[in-house]
Design a protein around this ligand. Structure first.
Ligand SMILES: Cc1cc2nc3c(=O)[nH]c(=O)nc-3n(C[C@H](O)[C@H](O)[C@H](O)COP(=O)(O)OP(=O)(O)OC[C@H]3O[C@@H](n4cnc5c(N)ncnc54)[C@H](O)[C@@H]3O)c2cc1C
Length: 472
């Protein structure tokens, strides 16, 4: 592993001593063995110990707690899941409302835990702004998104339209047309949450072994280079790293997301931009962008993803000049004052995308395996829900958490949809992303004639439809 500071801005900012915990060097017996000390593994351990303090829970982590996406993300702690609308639409209205309430409650649940456990992770619940700001077509997409939410009976308290004037009260982007605002989101310092959680679960009696890569796993046994854990339950919690832990890679595609951080910006710049309450913000294009103003007054901004042939993970996240420039230029389109600002950090990470483009939380009772994943870049809040759900699944507790469409109780892992073999995956991914990038470039250029704009949109719509093929 490189030095911690090079993992991300967040890991660089940790005040605590950066010494790795000892590696596993013995054969141990436990009730639950967890592979991976990111949010999923740590939240699962946390809720297991809350419910059943007597359990012996052991976590093996290949690098250090928070090394994966949990120590690298954009810090949006969202009260929703990827694809929740598709999953919840078929439910009766009352059940759907309960499920939305459960999801919307995620940021508050995390807020309660961090207060109770004394984890200082800069949590601020300022909501989220999905903004139409780079081209006028975004306005129509946003309005249709809001209508879609209304069709699911989500009202003004959940999602609210902001016209350009109201939006300017929260964030000032050049050419902003309007936005959808939701209060169900907080921003956090990701590494402080991951490392703080690790400290808390350890104090509760969970054993964490760092530098302990699981080389092999099977029901009841996890093996590392110098030790092993025999356990009643095994919880692989590796999300974007599933490709390295067969057979999980079939069900989870590793996608890379890249981010940059500015130097701390003076008050005069923030007067131009706003974002005074810890709001998360996004530019509403087909390709993901996400940002937040940090506690120390930087702008952290992430955009766009990547997929490598054969599902190869990216391990070196030193961004090249083109990768940095692309993100700075997208950031500069929204905030011209930041076009030339100094970037102090640039990094990225691997995240996991499930074939159905929706997360899963699963118990394979026959093999005593419990796992969660497929968060698709929206795992900060989802992993908290997953931790609570996996704890209930493992302990056999009946709860409302288990009655949700993303939960598979007593299903073999093979129940999860598999990705197509290569080269289909790579070709499909690149064709789709290219159409999105092309559409974005044409629409962002005010001189593009109307017919080309419509054509680009039609093609991207078609590709989006293709992406959803076999989603189920
Ligand atoms: C750049 C970026 C920005 C993102 N921004 C957001 C955001 O703003 N909001 C949001 O909701 N989501 C975001 N995400 C996604 C979110 O961070 C993840 O979904 C979430 O952190 C997943 O947590 P996890 O514990 O499941 O996986 P991870 O945090 O990736 O943890 C997996 C752990 O398993 C370890 N591991 C892997 N293989 C092995 C092995 N064989 N043996 C032992 N240990 C192993 C890894 O070292 C790692 O520590 C982002 C992701 C990235 C990469």
């Amino acid at each position: 592993m490189k030095s911690w500071g090079e993992i991300s801005l967040w890991m660089d900012q940790l005040q605590q001593p950066r010494t790795a915990r000892p590696a596993l060097a013995a054969q141990v017996q436990a009730e639950v063995a967890i592979i991976g000390a990111g949010y999923t593994g740590l939240w699962t351990a946390y809720y297991l110990k809350r419910l059943a303090p007597q359990l012996r829970v052991v976590i093996v982590e290949a690098e250090v707690a928070g090394f994966g996406a949990s120590g690298r993300n954009g810090g949006w702690l969202m009260g929703n899941l990827l694809g929740e609308d598709r999953m919840l639409a078929p439910l009766p209205a009352a059940q759907r409302r309960q499920a939305f309430d459960l999801l919307h409650g995620i940021p508050d649940e995390v807020a309660q835990v961090v207060v109770r456990e004394g984890i200082d992770c800069d949590l601020r619940k300022g909501g989220v702004l999905y903004c139409a700001a780079r081209y006028p077509e975004q306005l129509a997409s946003l309005r249709s998104y809001l209508q879609h939410l209304r069709d699911l009976s989500l009202g003004e308290d959940d999602y609210r339209w902001l016209d350009a004037g109201e939006l300017a009260g929260q964030v000032r982007m050049v050419n902003a047309y309007g936005a959808v605002y939701s209060p169900h989101c907080a921003t956090i310092h990701p590494a402080k949450l991951a490392r703080g959680l690790a400290r808390v679960v350890e104090a509760m009696g969970v054993e964490i072994y760092e530098g302990s890569r699981a080389l092999d796993w099977q029901p009841g046994l996890v093996t590392t280079a110098h030790g092993s854990v025999r356990a009643d339950w095994v919880v692989p919690a590796v999300e974007g790293y599933a490709a390295e832990l067969p057979p999980l890679g079939r069900h989870q595609l590793p996608v890379q997301s890249l981010m940059v951080a500015t130097e701390p910006l003076p008050a005069s710049v923030w007067e131009q931009i706003g974002l005074n309450q810890g709001q998360a913000f996004s530019d509403f294009s087909r390709q993901v962008t996400y940002g937040q103003r940090t506690h120390d007054d930087r702008l952290v901004f992430g955009a766009r993803g990547g997929y490598r042939f054969g599902g190869r993970l990216r391990t070196d996240f030193t961004l090249n000049q083109d990768e940095r420039d692309l993100r700075q230029s997208l950031m500069g389109d929204l905030f011209p004052a930041l076009r030339k600002v100094r970037l102090t950090h640039a990094w990225g990470g691997n995240l996991g995308m499930a074939r159905r483009f929706r997360p899963h939380m699963l118990r394979d009772a026959g093999n005593r395996i419990a796992l969660a994943g497929g968060y698709g870049g929206e795992g900060v809040g989802a992993s908290n829900l997953a931790g609570r759900t996996l704890a209930d699944l493992i302990l056999g507790q009946d709860s409302a958490l288990l009655q949700q469409p993303w939960v598979f109780t007593d299903s073999p892992i093979s129940r999860l949809r598999s990705w197509e073999p290569e080269p289909c995956r790579w070709l499909g991914y690149n064709a789709i992303i290219r159409s999105f990038t092309r559409e974005d470039a044409l629409l962002a250029n005010p001189h593009t004639p109307a017919w080309r704009r419509r054509l680009a949109q039609a093609l991207a719509n078609r590709m989006e439809g293709l992406m959803a093929w076999k989603v189920g």
